[in-house]
Design a protein around this ligand. Sequence first.
Ligand code: DOR
Length: 446
Amino acid sequence: MMIEALTQTRVMVLLIQNASILLPSGEFFLGDVRVEDDRIAEVGSNLDSTNAQVIDATGLTLLPGVIDPQVHFREPGLEYKEDLFTASCACARGGVTSFLEMPNTKPLTTNQEALDDKLRRASEKCLVNYGFFIGATPANQSDLLTANPACGIKIFMGSMHGDLLVDEESALDAIFSKGDRLIAVHAEDQARIRERRAQYAEVTDPAIHSVIQDNQAALNATQLALKLSKKYHRRLHILHMSTAEEAELMMRDKPEWVTAEVTPQHLVLNTSAYEKLGALVQMNPPIRSPHDNEVLWEALRNGAIDFIATDHAPHTLEEKAKGYPNTPSGMPGVETSLAVMLTQAAQGRCTVAQVSNWMSTAVAKAYRIPNKGLIEPGYDADLVLVDLNHTHPVLREEVVAKCGWNPFEGWELTGWAQVTIVGGKVVYDRGKLNTEVRGRALRFDA
Ligand code: DOR
């Protein structure tokens, strides 16, 4: 008895009081959430606050923490753009409690050793939970089959130079034919891009980027990936879908083992943004036309596109000022994605429950991440309190990401994260980061 009492450690209790809580049914319930250690223990009314750290959430809405399934956090090797600590701080500010990170770091994450190195770095530095992709090359088949834990295999079918590019059908076929873990593709047709780049070699206006890497380039690659996925009945995820044609393809013909995602920028920005932002909005795949925006929204709303990722891909302002075509592609996103999407909800384009499904629940389901993405007893206490009644602009001086800029600067956003909780610990509270908190490695069920 005595020994048992001595070894019992005290349970940490966090009580979130008086929040508008998003339930798994998609309905809202005004009440409390009791968190014990890292798990949600109870959802109810007037819950006991004895020995609890209390958060008064009056007027705020409680959502499952965002899971961002496509980010480029640059560590190791490119830390001058971003690193796992600064990126995870930006996540905390944005209400992102977990992320899945891409393999185009230095060295590339193409084997167990590189994956272990990232996991070790993340365990030391990350304020939020983390998972990593293993990157495919034309020659690392055995690593793709065995590397663990990995959320999936990433294939750059286009837009990537160096070892990560796999653009030959025979090499792609070999990858699809072996194993059963999820394959996530950056779908752009590299041969077509190469040809068109030569054709427009003299043009220095960054708007040409959307002409060179056109809708057809994206569609060709998505069609090929879909063909291979059907041939082998292989789990396939289409990353950052950008065109009306691909979205229409998904609406017509999407096997139940295939998923697709879209970025906030492909939903709310289009080629008119080049005028004001130039190469800052240059990304791969490029931003498209207002018609593409509309069809992507339609596909998202009707389930043909399953969820949202930012493709957070920070580059410095100096790099972005080099002049096209020497400017790198990509833009940061994790600290504004939730507020951008909740602003769309406030404007009536979708509901708050849909946003939360696209940014958390559906992601956990597709990547088979257990115990995340819902506010329910037994689930991990990864949560975000947002203020749906408060509007605040995106300001460069408030940017946490190391690159120090954001494509939505000046936008008035409604629904910013006020408090972010990772594993039952407050990691961000109204402008203040708690840099002592550490996230955990995500698990992926087979
Ligand atoms: O624009 C992009 N930039 N798209 C990608 O898929 C990669 C990314 C990067 O890492 O910079």
